[in-house]
Design a protein around this ligand. Structure first.
Ligand code: PLP
Length: 391
């Protein structure tokens, strides 16, 4: 046995002091153990908690049809894909899913990735490289930012939705390839990007547009076909990416677009080529999910009613509640400690609403990020509103 002082090293001391600094700034993140779940009704540390923090917007993660599809696929293909898709990991379910995803979003071809993070850090360096230019909305998701960094392309960040600044940046660039990158639905604000206007800029400046529809796929558009379908966007310049661990209730992500673009990503995306392929049981669950997303439109209709009910109730609260027509409903609290205090007060009442702090959101805009799901009831939304009025 050694005592802690025996094992201390300069690096450990350094980590300890850096953790203490985070703690002093109220920026330490902690995890809680979920012991059981039934939609948003969780058991956490033995306590019943009603969750408003999941991205399972349609409530499909425990849908019986998806569970059955996964079980049957596990029996047939096992629980692991055993190798990269470039070797023997591209099984019949994977191949079928890619065709179904492309058809679902109305684009010629799709490529399925193990996760959204992997997709973005893999496809961005395939699309652009040194000497090219990427134009990113300031509120883009972390994995888009990391993908741009890995690509080594020149990075220009425009203030959120600021098309004038973006147009100036595009006009000033003589990069051979220009790519505008944006969340379709912003993950911490819930607002929708100005996609038709962005596509118009692409036409004007000969650029491509990559949209990350992690929060729109399944929720927006006819049959849940996503934000591009919602806005009727069609263009060979459009590269559409969406994740399947949120509204689709499973795991993974895909990129869809014109056939040469997708084939090039397949040839070049290192997170696709050098990662073990996703288990067929997940893939089969995604396929079942696509069917349910299209068929069970009542989930989107109920979600829309819940959003309206929540917004009507939060309008009377003292916090700013930015416009959002999606399942993501932020309440801007401001300071980190205040946001944590409200979260803690809700928790004592068995309500779990996450406080989101910098660096995930800009300094001074710490917030509660309420996310609604089609498996919430109206009474549950009312319960949250009653607790918020008291905090
Ligand atoms: C969640 C999210 C991702 C990451 O997707 P995962 O499948 O969870 O890795 C990517 N982009 C956005 C906008 C997201 O919200």
């Amino acid at each position: 046995m050694t005592t802690p002082t025996d094992t201390s090293t300069p690096a450990l001391t350094d980590f300890e002091s850096r953790l203490a600094e985070l703690d002093a700034k109220h920026l330490v993140r902690t995890r809680r153990v979920v012991e059981a779940k039934d939609g948003p009704r969780l058991q956490v540390d033995g306590q019943a908690m009603l969750s408003f923090c999941s991205n399972d917007y349609l409530g499909l993660a425990q849908h019986p049809a998806l569970i059955r599809a996964a079980q049957e696929a596990a029996a047939q293909f096992g629980v692991g894909a055993s190798s990269s898709a470039m070797l023997s990991g591209h099984e019949a379910p994977h191949d079928a899913l890619e065709h179904e995803l492309a058809a679902f979003v109305g684009l010629p071809r799709a490529l399925y990735f193990g996760s959204g993070y992997l997709a973005n850090v893999g496809l961005l360096p395939a699309l652009v490289g040194r000497g090219d230019a990427v134009f990113s909305d300031a509120l883009n998701h972390a994995c888009l930012i990391d993908g741009v960094r890995l690509s080594r392309a020149e990075s220009r960040i425009y203030p959120h939705n600021d098309l004038d600044t973006l147009a100036h940046q595009l006009a000033a660039s003589n990069a051979p390839r220009k790519l505008i990158v944006t969340d379709a639905v912003f993950s911490m604000d819930g607002d929708i990007a100005l996609l038709p206007e962005l596509l118009a800029l692409c036409e004007r400046f000969d650029a491509n547009l990559l949209i990350d529809d992690a929060h729109g796929f399944g929720v927006l558009g006819p049959d849940g076909r996503g934000t591009a379908a919602h806005l009727g966007l069609r263009s060979p310049r459009l590269i559409y990416m969406a994740t399947l661990g949120k509204a689709a209730g499973c795991a993974g992500a895909f990129v869809a677009g014109e056939a040469p673009t997708i084939e090039w990503i397949l040839q070049r995306a290192r997170t696709y080529i050098f990662a073990t392929s996703t288990p067929a049981m997940v893939v089969q669950a995604v396929r079942a999910s696509l069917q349910v997303i299209a068929a069970e439109s009542w989930r989107r209709e109920h979600l829309t009613r819940l959003i309206a009910r929540l917004r009507a109730g939060t309008a009377v609260l003292r916090w700013e509640h930015p416009a959002s027509s999606t399942a993501i409903q932020p309440l801007i609290i401001g300071g980190n400690q205040q946001a944590l205090d409200v979260m803690a007060a809700l928790r004592t009442q068995g309500l779990w609403v996450p406080a989101i702090r910098p660096p995930t959101v800009p300094a001074g805009t710490a917030r509660l990020r309420i996310s609604l799901s089609a498996v919430h009831t109206e009474a549950e939304v009312d319960r949250l509103l009653a607790a918020l009025r008291q905090s």
